[in-house]
Write a protein that binds this ligand. Structure first.
Ligand SMILES: *Cc1c(COP(=O)(O)O)cnc(C)c1O
Length: 448
């Protein structure tokens, strides 16, 4: 008899149970951030509270800068605004010498308002309005075009401005990353990218001077970058020859991982995450091998996550506990998933800030939202956590304070521990008028 087809199913392994690497009981306490007591910060600014370390941001940037600038003679670093566009954080990176990488009119305006020179702005992304393009061309910002429609619009706007503008194009290609990011730019593995260059070369108002690509985020294999850079350089040689142009910059985007833990990985992040020097070596070796000695186009890096993720902490406080019907203990804390957008993909670490008595056991940690999906940890080993126990969630510095949502409660304050050991607020807690100010209540709906 023919067997009936049964579709394969994946069974979720119960986290916290034994796996081939054993159990992780050890959860050291995290009582301070750069020497400032967690409890002091909470007492001063309330709970929950985001805290950033100025020292870590500067150190991460300096290590990155050192890794690349010692291996390649012409580098530029550009801060990815969408990773974290808090004014204080962008300012630290601009002080360190980073230019600004923006992907919208809003981010462009934010960079200008922080005092960034428009010539030091790189404008990327699939959607730039006519107004965005006009302003960027007028100001002399660097613009990387994403699609054919954008080329046509850029051409029209530049000719209306009566000038020839320098532009770059974004490329996408096979680099061994799954899933491949095909959404952005022109495809290099077909003729699409050459067609884009061909089209631009026929335009009197556009001049192609740069190649850009950004292959992914949290890219764990340095070889993917070697492939990316090799494809970009070969393409550069090809089009320089065919169209008699000169490429001034190769912008290879961002994507280096932080020491966060992607869901589904067992090993500690220290083991799975390559050092930044390994990336720099692959990238710069490839460049130095392929480029002739007299030509070093500017290598631009738009590193976001790797610089800022580990500099961010979210402090929260236990306010209740409950025993589930399975007998498992659960704790309720005052920070929800609306503040931790990236908890969808990463298992952040949660550490008590104080010593508590008792044996660790697997527990559930719930956020405060009136929603069943508000779970910060499905199964994590914790000692008993009496009400009032402060906890530290990390790393949370990348993509959370840009993608966080005002939902049910106010968004919390953000503090920073400065490089000199002092500390202060860099964003106050929201209040009612922050939420209601943009609202309009039509006259006939007003309550007297
Ligand atoms: C988001 C983004 C970056 C930064 O990516 P990270 O993974 O945070 O390093 C850089 N370049 C572009 C074009 C981006 O969209």
């Amino acid at each position: 008899m023919k067997k009936v087809y049964v579709k394969p199913t994946l069974k979720k392994q119960l986290m916290g149970g034994m796996n081939k690497f054993g159990n992780n009981y050890y959860r050291p306490i995290k009582s301070e951030i750069d020497g400032v007591a967690v409890q002091k910060l909470l007492a001063e600014y309330g709970s929950p509270l985001f805290v950033f370390s100025e020292k870590t941001i500067r150190n991460q940037y300096r290590k990155l800068h050192q890794a690349f600038s010692t291996r390649y003679p012409n580098t530029q670093f550009s801060w990815s605004y969408k990773t974290n566009y808090l004014g204080a954080i962008c300012s630290i990176l601009h002080q360190e010498g980073e230019t600004a990488e923006v992907v919208s009119g809003f981010e462009y305006e934010k960079a200008i308002s922080l005092g960034v020179n428009p010539a030091d702005i790189i404008f990327n992304g699939p959607y730039k309005t006519d107004e965005d393009l006009k302003r960027a061309f007028t100001d002399g910002a660097t613009v990387n075009l994403d699609n054919f429609q954008e080329i046509y619009r850029a051409e029209k706007i530049a000719s209306e401005l009566g000038k020839q503008v320098n532009i770059g194009i974004r490329l996408n290609m096979e680099t061994g990353i799954f899933p491949r990011w095909e959404k952005f730019g022109f495809n290099l593995d077909t003729t699409q990218a050459v067609e884009a260059v061909n089209r631009i070369s026929r335009s009197p108002s556009l001049k192609l001077v740069g190649l850009h690509s950004h292959i992914g985020t949290f890219v764990l294999d340095p070889n993917s970058y070697a492939q990316q850079v090799e494809s970009m350089v070969k393409f550069m040689f090809d089009i320089e020859n065919r169209f008699n142009i000169s490429i001034e910059y190769l912008d290879i985007g961002g994507g280096f991982p932080s020491k966060n833990k992607l869901k589904g990985t067992y090993l500690p992040s220290d083991i799975v995450t390559p050092d930044i020097d390994e990336y720099a070596e692959k990238i710069c070796d490839t460049l130095m091998r392929l480029l002739p000695a007299n030509k070093y186009p500017k290598l631009i890096l738009e590193t976001g996550r790797h610089i800022v993720d580990e500099a961010g902490f979210l402090l929260t406080t236990v306010f209740a506990q409950k025993q589930l019907s399975s007998g498992v203990k659960s704790y309720f804390v005052d920070a929800g998933i609306n503040l931790l957008y990236t908890s969808t993909w990463y298992n952040m670490d949660i550490q008590p800030a104080v010593e508590t008595k008792g044996t660790p056991e697997p527990v559930v940690i719930y956020g405060p939202l009136c929603m069943n999906i508000d779970v910060l940890a499905e199964s994590i080993y914790m000692p008993p956590l009496p009400t009032g126990t402060p906890l530290v969630i990390s790393p949370v510095g990348a993509y959370n304070v840009t993608q966080w949502m005002q939902f049910i409660t106010y968004r919390p304050a953000i503090a920073m521990v400065f490089a000199d050991g002092s500390y202060g607020l860099i964003r106050r807690r929201e209040k009612l008028e922050d939420v209601t100010k943009p609202e309009i209540i039509p006259a006939h709906l007003a309550l007297n």
